[in-house]
Design a protein around this ligand. Structure first.
Ligand code: GUN
Length: 296
């Protein structure tokens, strides 16, 4: 059996089109334009690429966006001061500080400085706490994108055994909490396995739905999954490939060619989860603008 592909590129485009339409209506009816502020500190090439893609998506959706590019040597005080300014700026509805930050900056302190009302990344401890206890909040974009991909691809999660490989604060922990909720698009039986397991295949073989977010190539191979599994590959890894113009290609954390012979559905890399992250950021920012206009 060869699996069906879950087309994240197509689904993310549908979501951006929906947000674009809603944004035009919000502008026409309430004269509100969603505004998103980006902060990029230092020269990390991957971060620069991500922020550029997010800026393009803002333009597509009809948002106002502003990007503050700061040198690697920027002090924590300077960063916190800029966030304070954005926190009280009525034209800015969402604030996104691209991670990682330089080593001399305390990331936790920076994240906590962002007003939870503008925390469209869903990283603030208040957002995380609300997620865990099932209160409405901004969901972190990658896990929210995974849930949305499954809903729109007709993957039923209720009562299913979801196994998550990886326990990061950005993906593993939040997706576990999202899918655990007693709610539509969730209500799953959730197992989280990680680097401390002697043999992760004991867990991965039990999965009806397998979500892999380790940042390691070939974390999951065909012998580690059962027939018919749905596989969500969150990895974005560069591997050398001299046949490509750039000298590398992008692969996920799953051995795609092997696993697709056993899976019923699988996300490709690129074109799976990746584009969903940005689409959900647009959705969160639109929501933040709607909420702020309701408070005026
Ligand atoms: N770095 C890698 N992923 C993310 C993300 O989703 N948000 C932010 N702010 N930084 C990141």
């Amino acid at each position: 059996m060869q699996s069906d592909l879950i087309d994240g590129k197509l689904i993310s485009q549908l979501i951006k089109d929906e947000v674009r339409e809603q944004t035009a209506a919000l502008r026409a009816q309430q004269n509100v334009i969603p505004g998103l502020a980006f902060m990029l500190v230092g020269e990390d090439p991957a971060s620069q690429t991500y922020v550029a893609s997010k800026e393009r998506a803002c333009e597509y959706c009809g948002f106002h966006s502003t990007t503050l590019r700061l040198p690697e040597s920027t002090s924590e005080e300077e960063i916190l001061g800029r966030i304070d300014t954005w926190n009280i700026d009525p034209d800015i509805h969402g604030i996104l500080v691209q991670l990682p930050l330089p080593k001399h900056v305390n990331e936790d302190r920076v994240i906590e400085a962002i007003s939870p009302r503008k925390d469209v990344d869903g990283f603030h401890p208040i957002s995380v706490g609300k997620l865990v206890i099932g209160q409405e909040c901004y969901l972190p974009c990658t896990p929210a994108g995974i849930q949305e991909l499954m809903i729109r691809s007709g993957v039923e999660t209720a009562g299913k055994h979801v196994v998550i490989v990886g326990r990061s604060n950005i993906v593993g922990k939040p997706i576990a909490n999202i899918l655990l909720q007693k709610a539509a698009g969730a209500n799953a039986i959730v197992t989280v396995t990680h680097s401390a397991a002697k043999d992760i295949s004991i867990y991965t073989r039990q999965a009806d739905i397998l979500i892999v977010a380790t940042g390691r190539v070939n974390t999951v191979t065909a012998d580690m999954v059962k027939d018919g599994v749905v596989v969500i590959d969150v990895g974005i890894n560069r591997v050398n490939d001299e046949s490509r113009p750039k000298g590398y290609r992008i692969v996920g954390d799953v051995d795609f060619e092997g696993v697709r012979e056993k899976a019923s559905m699988i996300t490709p890399v690129p074109g799976g989860v990746g584009p969903m992250t940005i689409a959900m950021l647009m959705k969160n920012t639109y929501q933040a603008a709607v909420r702020s206009s309701a408070q005026r």
